[in-house]
Design a protein around this ligand. Structure first.
Ligand SMILES: [Fe+2]
Length: 405
């Protein structure tokens, strides 16, 4: 372990250990939305701000929810203006709508952007004099518990329903603010596999690869040994994804595969909420900021390159994953097992028709990309630390400029 890693462990691990796990009521399966509403009635939750987006509304994915809320005499108002990568302005508009309608609770139905936006609307409600600029501090940014907060994810990937993170974009600076808190974690969650049945195939693939990456980055992180339970959730998530993502891509209406992917995404969320993610995300966030690439697509392309870069430092962890996923046996060399795992990821990408490169990357953007990647990556427990030169070479490989390792 080098000096920088030791210093990070000294400061960050005790802080993460102090962040308490919040109790969350989880319902899984086709009756989960109904069970959630029953639970809301039991807790006397009313006057709900339903946070969602236009696509969810146009596909009528919130139809059952809204009908059942009405049937149970729970008042609601809809805020459906959340965009992909929600901005500070979108959070503020949602906060205004909450106040104008005297809401007393929040229910997010949608993908990661919707749930992230709802988290921060909740944070603004509970601490109205604190601006988003102050909330973006990773330590102590968000100080107060949100009002009652429920979430129904409609994709299986982000794990936002249980993670401590929320990403809000500053449109002016093109920067994504990662927020971190246990105060805005939804108190009731429903994982309804029927909501994901009609997801387009590419979104199914991207979100599935995003969940896989959360679990892998958490597992190989130098922080993971301090959070064994979370680490094991990640291991289970990786196996579930290997066992179900390809199948669901080929048979998208199979409810069992969809449910397994929802559970995998949830478990992957548990695995990285404290351990954190790594360079795959640090690079992918820049691809969203600069080239508006879908998060999961960027993640899927970048993952094999970062794993290859990490190989010499992470082969122990990667070989453990390979063994758990039955990609080899204990008599095999650990590096060989790790390579088998990386090859499995590459094969999966091929099956899911993920491109090998991100051609959109502009070399003229390298200086700012490298600066932001290294800044975000420096907070994570990456097993191998990148220099500026490493980062430039990594961008070259992802762009497809050079195939040399
Ligand atoms: Fe992600």
């Amino acid at each position: 372990m080098n000096l920088i890693t030791s210093i990070k462990h000294f400061f960050i691990i005790p802080y993460l250990k102090l962040v308490k796990d919040k109790e969350q009521k989880l319902f899984i399966g086709q009756n989960s939305q109904f069970e959630m509403i029953k639970e809301m009635k039991k807790r006397k939750i009313d006057n709900v701000l339903v946070v969602t987006d236009k696509t969810i509304m146009s596909l009528n994915l919130a139809g059952f929810l809204l009908k059942t809320l009405s049937a149970n005499n729970i008042n609601y108002v809809i805020y459906d203006e959340v965009e992909c990568d929600p901005s500070i302005e979108t959070v503020e508009k949602g906060f205004d709508k909450y106040k104008e309608n005297n809401c007393a609770s929040i229910l997010a139905i949608g993908g990661g952007s919707v749930i992230d936006c709802a988290k921060v609307i909740g944070a603004r409600v509970s601490d109205p004099n604190r601006s988003i600029y102050k909330m973006k501090r990773l330590i102590g940014g968000i100080r107060k518990q949100t009002p009652p907060f429920m979430a129904i994810p409609t994709t299986s990937g982000t794990g936002s329903e249980n993670t401590l993170y929320a990403l809000i974009t500053n449109k002016e600076t093109k920067q994504k603010y990662p927020m971190f808190s246990n105060k805005y974690i939804p108190q009731i969650v429903a994982l309804d596999p029927y909501l994901t049945v009609n997801l387009p195939l590419n979104i199914t693939a991207y979100t599935g690869m995003d969940a896989l990456t959360h679990a892998i980055e958490a597992y190989v992180s130098t922080y993971s040994k301090f959070f064994k339970k979370d680490k094991n959730e990640g291991l289970e998530a990786i196996k579930l994804i290997f066992d179900n993502l390809e199948k669901v891509y080929k048979e998208p209406t199979n409810i069992k595969y969809r449910e397994n992917m929802a559970i995998a995404s949830y478990k992957a969320g548990l695995s990285f909420r404290k351990i954190s993610i790594g360079y795959v995300h640090a690079i992918a966030h820049r691809m969203g900021e600069f080239y508006h690439l879908p998060h999961g697509l960027a993640i899927a392309v970048i993952l094999p390159y970062v794993l290859e870069y990490m190989l010499d430092k992470a082969y122990n962890s990667l070989s453990e994953i390979a063994l758990y996923c039955k990609l080899g046996n204990e008599n095999e060399d650990k590096k060989e097992l790790a390579l088998k795992f990386i090859n499995k990821v590459k094969e999966l990408n091929k099956t899911l028709k993920i491109p090998e490169h991100i051609k959109e990357i502009k070399e003229s953007d390298y200086p700012i990309l490298i600066k932001r990647i290294l800044r975000e990556g420096s907070l994570c427990g990456n097993p191998r630390l990148m220099s500026k030169k490493d980062c430039k070479e990594m961008l070259d490989r992802i762009k497809g400029v050079s195939n040399e390792k």
